[in-house]
Design a protein around this ligand. Structure first.
Ligand SMILES: Cc1cc2nc3c(=O)[nH]c(=O)nc-3n(C[C@H](O)[C@H](O)[C@H](O)COP(=O)(O)OP(=O)(O)OC[C@H]3O[C@@H](n4cnc5c(N)ncnc54)[C@H](O)[C@@H]3O)c2cc1C
Length: 386
């Protein structure tokens, strides 16, 4: 079993680390949190560096790299802030992968090069005001009409909402109930009848565009059908790569908090000596480092197993669930190491804790992931409706 990164992967991580230090991403992260403004200026830069679409098909402008490289890049940038990592996340493990894997040639040509150059982005639209975990009860509906579908419904908590150019909408086709009638339709910003709600104000992840979407008789050409009804499994399977990205965000935020706590423990004095000399503080930091490494092994296993395709559902779900709990614990401990200053917004660990809380809900709740893993461990499906 080989746990070492390749020379190319080490160089990727090192390049991002030094760029973040040179360009003071630590300060940028603070600014984003305070102003709630997404750092769109990074898009061109990331595109030039080949970070956007690094996992997408080379014939459409992508880098053709394995998923684990994107996970490493997201982790490294998220040490500063998930917002700084977000474009790399969206363009490599987001719903654009559905188009890359299952879209038509025409869709790939239309969308993928734009995603790689930072001009286009795709949001995933599953959740509705009345339906989150119980996804297969969604009520957004597409009805066939000539060469189009007419789409009606509402989506909630959509990351990228209002800013993304394209929206991968999970919708029911016709009146049939359950997952068999659900597919994925690509809706473009600006289509008549497609409007946005007010931007969300979350506890953390300040600066991340997010809002409700409203579809009022939106006429979507049939050529925008990416995943037809009957192939719902393809949508969910692809979503597992997004779950690896979510877990990579957790690794980054926890890694950032660990770095902060370590540095602070060496410089802060109490009783005439640095607090890192107290065993209680050492144990906090050791627990943080151990849990972070354990999560890292799970996440890298899932992402490595995906290769240039998709991960095992078992490995991705387990990695995400563990990383989601780990990041809350690690950032909580980092705040403790900082004492009173940990609770102050002058220091980054308070923001990291707020950012940490998002991941166990976004991308499917911890509870729902564990229910899925339980089904795989016991070898039977636990129907939540019975
Ligand atoms: C920061 C953030 C970003 C997001 N981005 C997106 C996005 O881009 N696109 C998108 O579509 N959605 C997005 N979401 C929405 C997210 O996917 C949903 O919030 C999530 O799936 C949970 O759905 P819900 O909020 O309706 O909670 P509910 O489904 O109402 O669940 C409420 C609680 O009940 C628990 N629960 C429900 N059913 C069961 C059960 N059977 N057994 C045990 N516990 C259960 C849940 O675990 C949860 O704790 C985002 C959310 C957040 C916070």
């Amino acid at each position: 079993m080989d746990f070492t990164l390749s020379e190319e992967q080490k160089m990727l991580v090192e390049t991002l680390r030094t760029m973040g230090e040179r360009e003071n991403f630590r300060e940028l992260a603070k600014k984003i949190d305070e102003t709630c403004e997404f750092p769109f200026e990074l898009m061109d830069r990331y595109a030039e560096m080949g970070l956007l679409g690094m996992t997408l098909s080379p014939e459409h402008g992508g880098g053709g790299q394995p998923a684990v490289n994107a996970v490493l890049a997201v982790e490294e940038l998220a040490k500063f802030s998930p917002m700084i990592a977000a474009p790399v996340f969206e363009s490599n493990v987001g719903p654009v992968r559905v188009i890359d894997l299952f879209g038509t040639d025409e869709q790939k040509k239309r969308i993928l090069p734009g995603v790689c150059s930072g001009k286009l982005s795709v949001s995933v639209c599953m959740t509705e005001p009345e339906v989150g975990s119980d996804l297969t009860s969604l009520s957004t509906k597409a009805v066939e009409d000539g060469d189009s579908y007419v789409l009606n419904g509402r989506k909630a908590f959509i990351t990228g909402g209002g800013h993304a150019s394209h929206y991968m909408v999970y919708t029911r086709f016709g009146d049939a109930k359950g997952y068999k009638a659900i597919g994925g339709l690509l809706v473009e910003k600006g289509m008549p009848g497609f409007t946005f709600g007010k931007q969300e104000r979350y506890m953390g992840l300040h600066g991340m565009p997010s809002c409700d979407l409203f579809f009022d008789d939106v006429r979507v050409p049939k050529q925008n059908l990416v995943v037809p009804p009957g192939d719902f499994g393809k949508l969910m399977w692809t979503f597992d790569i997004e779950r690896c990205g979510n877990a990579a965000m957790c690794l980054g935020v926890a890694g950032g908090a660990l770095n902060e706590a370590k540095a602070y423990a060496m410089e802060r004095n109490a009783f005439g000596r640095p607090i890192c000399e107290f065993q209680a503080v050492q144990f906090l930091v050791v627990d943080m480092a151990t849990k972070l490494d354990a999560a890292r092994l799970l996440v890298y296993r899932a992402a490595s197993g995906a290769g240039q395709g998709l991960p095992s559902i078992y490995e991705a779900s387990m990695a995400k669930a563990y990383a989601n709990e780990m990041v809350v614990d690690v950032t909580d401990k980092a705040m403790q190491v900082f004492g009173g200053y940990g609770y102050s917004s002058e220091f980054p660990v308070e923001r990291m804790y707020r950012d940490a809380k998002a991941w166990g809900v976004a991308g499917g709740t911890l509870q729902m992931l564990k229910i899925g893993v339980a089904g795989m461990i016991f070898g039977r499906r636990f129907d939540q409706r019975k």
